[in-house]
Design a protein around this ligand. Sequence first.
Ligand code: 6AU
Length: 285
Amino acid sequence: MHPLTIYLFHLIHSKKSNLCVSADITTVPSMLSLADACGPHMVVFKTHADILSGWDPTPVTGTGAKLAALARKHRFLIFEDRKFADIGSTAQLQYEGGDYRILEWAHIVNAHVISGPDMIRGLKEMGQGWVKKHDDLKGMNARGEGKVGEPPEERGLLLLSQMSSAGNLLDEAYTKKTVSIARTHRDFVMGFIALEPMNSEPEDDFVVMTPGCSLPPDQSLDDSEFVPGAEDPLGQQYVTPRDLILRGCDVIIVGRGICNSKISGAKAEQYKKVAWEAYEERLRQ
Ligand code: 6AU
């Protein structure tokens, strides 16, 4: 199993959480406060660095470093939702370079395989090169942890094999091809962004993280203006956390249902509880 997947499942069980909070917000201070408020309740924090204003690229003290410090404090994995889709050599530059230098702070990134499998090879070269530079990996224990339970300096990839948006072009044949390409890069591909489990062969141990997740509005808790519904005005389609977990998804991805709330920490806790109860129910089945 990919070392980050081992660590992820260790976190899921120790934090009793299958929740990834998605920071679909537009300023660096609000993104960092969201990570701090939701930290105790989530196992993955998903960013869109390119929607943030105020990104500080300074090495060691900049935004990436601040986020990494929060990941160590609360023990969660950072997932930059970059959706790479270019040729291998360009994807490498996008992963490592620019102001964001995603490689330095994001444990997980995602990609569309639309440009072919060599793009994965390109990203893998960078990810594995980064890992080699970091000696603390040698101290990783059997649960995939680095120092005192902290996330390891590993790097992993999720492929989009299905999408949550209405009318998307990822049909069954595309999904199958994506999974078969993933099987040829098990040492870097942790799993998928998908709406259901993708494992079908005995040696498959891919994780599935699923977006398009919301709870029905809860008047007692939700004081936000955004009320997640069955669909947003731009084709996002929602399923409840319970339904997603019962169908076998490992991690639910929740964006506006949490980050648009003024009480995002309490909202994250609510999502965590509902998803965890469903997970326990699934384990009993
Ligand atoms: O909960 P929402 O609808 O506010 O946010 C969902 C988040 C957004 C999307 O960019 C992302 O999940 N997403 C993805 C990912 C994670 O790759 C794929 C997809 O098919 N649908 C989707 O919403 O940050």
